[in-house]
Design a binder for this molecule. Structure first.
Ligand SMILES: C[S@@+](CC[C@H](N)C(=O)[O-])C[C@H]1O[C@@H](n2cnc3c(N)ncnc32)[C@H](O)[C@@H]1O
Length: 379
């Protein structure tokens, strides 16, 4: 999958500080090879039309149903194979995370986020108090306080709510990893820890606890055996976030930040909504879901050959791993249907330059931040 690496990382640095995406513009095309990357690149109508044609062409022949089933049923095995080959040498550490997502290390960054954390802590205390006598535990129950979330609660079946309530009670009865933490981050699809380890290095809040999961046991093992893995600050576990029968090791309404980096695109589009709904329930009111992932017509999508398309905008790579290419609206629907509010949903159109080979590559990534609404204080 070398052609579709999500290394959307420019080495742009200004005065020793990394610039946020979207701040180096190519105004003079003659200067294209002067830097490794250019932000906010405008696509001409012809370029957009050519991309659309390319996608029509490479989608015209679909993978046969038997193979499609194999890619779904054995998805974790294909990723295990990927990590057995690449170990932790493929995806690079992403220190840009903190300029894009200051929520991952709030004390290092933003004062206004401190207010949000205080708010979260207040909510956590009241949630814990009510959980002591077994009341007010489920997201569904707490949503009664908010008209927006009421809508979401209706979408979850009674059966789902009961299951959620039971698993929440079980988790609260026992100590769970990181139960005494004051700031919890969960990374889903963590791979070998290229996001988790920079978080642990950068965020030195003593109350921080980081959870990370992946359905590739090979990847999780690589995280656990990394010399930087510290079980007093981090818990890595094997978990398929599309499998509704698998519980998370944390109660609902307990996580401050959930991060999804190039992982939602790896799952069957039909399973995305329920997976996001389940994750949304884990967030504290005010908690944030952060995502960076492939956008429609990214270079990686245009490079697929006929016969690699599984369904519209969903492809299988030569190594059996799969990838979807999103629009901003699709992601907005997924998150808002899960009861979250938009904070950011932007498309990052970037021109990457290989100066050595004199190559230019048009990348398209989408970056989102969605927040779980705070509980109403009036009820
Ligand atoms: C493109 S990699 C990104 C890895 C990591 N987020 C990073 O940025 O380095 C996609 C990851 O998602 C994981 N993954 C795919 N489907 C998953 C699922 N249903 N549940 C959990 N992890 C999944 C894969 O094993 C793989 O590690």
């Amino acid at each position: 999958m070398a052609d579709s690496s999500p290394e959307g990382v420019s080495s742009a640095a200004l005065g020793g500080k990394r610039q946020q995406f979207g701040s180096r513009f190519l105004s003079d095309p003659a200067r294209v090879f002067h830097h490794n990357a250019w932000d906010d690149v405008e696509w001409s109508e012809e370029q957009a039309a050519a991309a659309e044609r390319k996608v029509q062409e490479n989608s015209s022949q679909r993978v046969c149903p038997e193979k499609q089933v194999d890619y779904e049923v054995n998805a974790h095995k294909y990723w295990n194979d990927f990590y057995k080959i690449h170990e932790n040498g493929f995806f690079k550490d992403r220190h840009w995370l903190f300029t894009e997502f200051p929520e991952l290390a709030p004390s290092q960054n933003q004062n206004h986020l401190k207010d949000l954390m205080l708010e979260n802590k207040r909510n956590e205390i009241s949630a814990c108090r009510s959980s002591e006598d077994g009341h007010g535990l489920t997201v569904g129950e707490q949503h009664k306080c908010s008209s927006t979330l009421e809508h979401t609660a209706q979408m979850f079946s009674v059966e789902e709510t009961v299951t959620q309530k039971l698993s929440h009670l079980e988790i609260c009865a026992d100590e769970f990893p990181g139960s005494s933490a004051t700031y919890r981050i969960l990374e889903v699809g963590c791979g070998v820890g290229n996001t988790v380890f920079p978080i642990l290095q950068t965020n030195n809040d003593p109350g921080l606890f980081v959870y990370c999961c992946d359905f590739s046991s090979t990847a999780v093992e690589l995280v656990q055996t990394n010399s930087e893995y510290d079980s007093s600050r981090c818990f890595a576990f094997v978990h398929d976030f599309c499998d509704e029968d698998q519980n998370y090791p944390v109660p609902g309404d307990s996580v401050d930040v959930i991060i999804l980096i190039f992982v939602l695109s790896a799952v069957l589009p039909d399973k995305m909504q329920k997976a996001i709904n389940r994750l949304s329930r884990l967030l504290k009111p005010g908690g944030m879901m952060l995502l960076r992932d492939y956008g429609r017509y990214d270079m990686a999508q245009l490079r697929f050959k006929k016969g690699q398309c599984l369904s519209e905008n969903f492809y299988v790579r030569g190594d059996g791993t799969r990838v979807y290419f999103f629009t901003q609206d699709e992601l907005d629907t997924l998150f808002t249907t899960a009861g979250l509010e938009k904070v950011q949903n932007l498309v990052d159109r970037r021109l990457q330059v290989n100066r050595g080979k004199q190559l230019i590559m048009y990348r398209v990534w989408i970056q989102c931040k969605y927040r779980k609404p705070l509980l109403s204080t009036t009820s």
